[in-house]
Structure formats: C-alpha cells, structure tokens
Design a protein around this ligand. Structure first.
Ligand code: SF4
Length: 294
C-alpha cells in the first residue's frame, strides 16, 4: 500500500502520509495511545485475564458521540516503530492476554501486518481486529491469514445517519460488504474454554431515538449471514459524549424500553451473542488514556 497516496479505507483521500495527515488524522508512522489488559470487552474476548488491547490514534470515522475522541479525533498518542509494536504484542501476551485486540487499526494495516510478521513465531494468541466497520474489502484482503477474530461495529442501517453522526458516505453498503468479507475469512465462531479463537462478532451500539434502525440492522444480519455462524453484541452503553449534544435526539442515554425493544427483536430473530447490562451505561467505564504500555 502506497502511503504517498493513501487509499486504505473507503475515504480514499489520496493523502501523502509522509508529509501530511489524512482525513483519519494519521501519518505514515504508527501512533498509539495505550496498550493494556482490557477487562470490559465481551466475555469471550476479555476472559478472566483480559484482552491485550492496543488503541491506535486516529480514525476514519468521525462519530459525534465517540467516547475515545481524544485518541480518535485529536490523535492523542505517541509515535512508535513497527518493531516496538511487535514488542508490545509480545509484552501483552507475557502479561497473560487472551488475545491481541487492535482498536481502530484501519489506517495502519500495512504497519500492523509488518509488526505481526516480526513476531508471529512467538505470538500464539488470536489477533482481534476491532473496527468501526467502515472498511474497504481490498484492504481486508491484505489481512487474510493475520486476523483470527473480526470485531466490527454495524452502526447504522440508514445512510443518512452514517453521514449525520459519523461523517461517512455510503456507510450501509460499505459495512455490509466488509461483514461478508470478514465472515468469508473467519468462518463460523469457534470458542474454546470460553475464549473466542476464530470468528466474527458484530457489535451494535443501540442509539436513543433510533430503535427502528437497530431492528433493521438485526434483520439484515439474520437474513444475510449465518445465524449460527456470527455472534451479535448488542450494546446499551451509549452515553452522550463529545459533540452528540449538537443532535437533540441523541443527547441522552438510551431508555430501558428502547434497549429491551431491540433486544427482544434480536431474540425473536434467533440471533446469538451478548447483551450488555444497562448498568454499564456509565461514563466511568470509559477507558482512561494515559499512554501506559506504549
Ligand atoms: S486511511 Fe486515512 S489517509 Fe488513508 S484513505 Fe483513509 S482517511 Fe485517507
């Protein structure tokens, strides 16, 4: 991939990342904000010892409610080399991580695969690709053989919402093409001793005022992907962070009625996966970013 003319993600902004930052805020060097054992992911990701999570700085989506906006929008973090990233992966494994969890990795796919090549003989835990779902299929193909578990968001069915809240054109077609490619690569979810080894887990964060959009997402998954092959993680933790207050309809938390409405639909469609306790819809679960582990 040519960092002089970056077309890694669906933005295809063509930025020369050696001299400038792309829409995602990223330059050619890897920038990361935190690496640590994360205990608050889905049970089959965090397990008992935690998920070895690396938060990359920058993002190709600009969600107005992003809870990690200091990292994703303001690119807070530190520049590291590919060999340092490989060391971080091995350090997390040594600390007992069940997996390596790459958060917002899209702008750094070539650098990440280079780092994985450096340590793949010593690294024997699954690699998780944790993404907002706005991915190009050609870029995902570069990851075949590197990624064991895809953990994409499916945020919106209605493209108008993708544009309004995340600044993304054509979100629905982009994310659904990406989901099909992810599932093609991983096949059905395989869980052993409570920990996922391979597969695709689709996350959906239910938004206030948009329960019908959530239902359409669940229906699409049920109709287009094997119900017994993918897992769905239905999240209730939406909190009106950052610029969400600019949109009145999402400037509150989701109600119990709204969440249960969406959850009931997931159950009636026969989808398998995870739900989130409503009590976790609190700001204190937002990770604190202090560059530790980088
Ligand atoms: S990854 Fe960043 S620089 Fe590359 S096309 Fe996407 S937004 Fe532009």
């Amino acid at each position: 991939m040519d960092m002089h003319n970056c077309r890694l993600c669906p933005r295809e902004c063509g930025t020369d990342r050696y001299t400038d930052t792309g829409f995602c805020g990223c330059r050619a060097d890897i920038r990361a904000a935190k690496a640590y054992l994360h205990m608050w992911e889905e049970p089959c990701i965090s397990g008992t010892r935690g998920s070895g999570t690396v938060f990359f700085s920058g993002c190709n989506l600009k969600c107005c409610f992003c809870q990690n906006y200091q990292i994703s929008h303001e690119t807070r973090g530190k520049e590291i080399t590919e060999s340092r990233l490989a060391e971080i992966f091995l350090e997390l494994q040594k600390q007992g991580a069940h997996n390596i969890n790459l958060v917002s990795p899209t702008p750094y796919v070539p650098q990440i695969t280079a780092a994985l090549d450096m340590c793949r003989e010593k690294l024997n835990i699954p690699i998780v690709y944790n993404t907002g779902g706005y991915e190009k299929v050609d870029t995902l193909k570069l990851l075949e053989g590197y990624i064991d578990v895809y953990l994409p968001d499916f945020k919106y069915f209605d493209d108008n919402l993708g544009k309004k809240y995340s600044g993304a054109d054509n979100y629905f077609e982009t994310v659904t093409d990406a989901l099909r490619e992810m599932y093609r690569q991983t096949g059905p979810c395989r869980i052993a001793d409570g920990i996922i080894r391979r597969g695709t887990i689709i996350r959906h964060l239910a938004l206030p005022s948009h329960r019908d959009d959530s239902v359409r997402i669940l229906e699409w998954i049920a109709e287009n992907l094997p119900r017994d092959g993918v897992l769905v993680s239905l999240m209730s933790q939406y909190t009106p962070f950052y610029k969400s207050y600019e949109h009145k309809e999402i400037s509150r938390r989701i109600s119990t009625f709204e969440y249960n409405y969406v959850l009931d639909k997931a159950v009636s469609l026969g989808l398998r996966g995870f739900m989130q306790e409503r009590s976790s819809a609190k700001e204190e679960y937002t990770p604190d970013f202090d560059l530790s582990g980088i």
